[in-house]
Design a binder for this molecule. Structure first.
Ligand SMILES: [Zn+2]
Length: 282
């Protein structure tokens, strides 16, 4: 075969392989278009979870302490998708809030789910003013609400029942965190914000006890006094995810929290050891 034809055959073969590869890649993507994937993002000492609801819709719960959330979003979100349909702020502490301010700069946000707490903290004031400047719809989260997001995913809100009027002291913010469960068929993920065990005890009977596969995003980075025996016994989680920074100055997670889950044979996943942890629900 003349050299010219050998080259032509080679080029055609390469083109064929490339076409097959693209088809396979697209096939995978199409299969996952309706998947619901929970990504517990590695944002250091803070919380940020990106939930891919299917059909290019997302819910982002908290944004972590800085712009590292943007790197994680860039890695996971499709390049062409610059809109996050739902953003939730569990409570206005900077390790949950500051990343969300960066998200507002880089993405269109459909609506914000918030406990709507007033504090003197400068980050919170900036956040509130940005939300009004950008005229983003805010949905107030209160005990007993249920939101149907999309693709059969529902979001049940258990806490807070109410928030005090006027400025709320910094040390009260953790216990005003939004506590919610994302339910997809017989699977659920419980988000506890930074709410302490006493608040979890108060609402534990409201949580469904008939969901087969439950994952819990641990409260307050696995700190002291953050595990409610009542809530764990009711939901029977298979897995607990602790969002925490390596060698953080708070000593999170504390040994008693780790021992508790160990004694219950519940596996613990930590973002400081595994990085971003992704779990496909359906
Ligand atoms: Zn926190």
């Amino acid at each position: 075969m003349p050299a010219k034809f050998r080259h032509l055959v080679l080029i055609l073969l390469i083109a064929l392989v490339a076409l097959v590869w693209i088809e396979v890649a697209q096939g995978d993507e199409a299969e996952c278009q309706e998947c619901v994937t929970i990504n517990f993002l590695d944002v250091g000492q803070g919380d940020a979870t990106l939930i891919e609801l299917g059909g290019d819709q997302q819910l982002l719960i908290d944004g972590g302490p800085d712009e590292s959330v943007l790197y994680e979003l860039g890695r996971i979100m499709p390049l062409y998708d610059r809109t996050i349909e739902y953003v939730m702020l569990s409570h206005p502490h900077s390790d949950h809030l500051v990343g969300l301010e960066k998200v507002l700069e880089q993405y269109n946000v459909g609506q914000v789910i918030t406990a709507d707490i007033e504090t003197n903290e400068s980050n919170n004031q900036y956040w509130q003013s940005e939300l009004s400047r950008l005229t983003i719809t805010q949905k107030l989260a209160r005990t007993g609400q249920e939101m149907n997001l999309s693709n059969g995913v529902s979001l049940k809100i258990f806490w807070p029942k109410a928030v005090p009027a006027g400025n709320v002291a910094d040390n009260q913010l953790n216990n005003l965190s939004i506590i919610c469960e994302l339910v997809v068929g017989d699977e659920g993920v419980v988000f506890l914000g930074d709410a302490m065990a006493n608040v979890q005890d108060e609402i534990c009977s409201l949580l469904p006890d008939d969901i087969e596969n439950v994952t819990i995003k641990a409260a307050h980075h696995g700190g002291d006094g953050t595990v409610s025996d009542c809530l764990i016994n009711r939901t029977q989680p298979e897995e607990v995810v602790i969002s925490v920074g390596a060698n953080n100055s708070y000593g999170h997670p504390v040994q008693s929290t780790l021992d508790y889950f160990d004694n219950k044979n519940i596996s613990v996943i930590r973002t400081d050891t595994v990085g971003t942890y992704s779990k496909v629900l359906k």
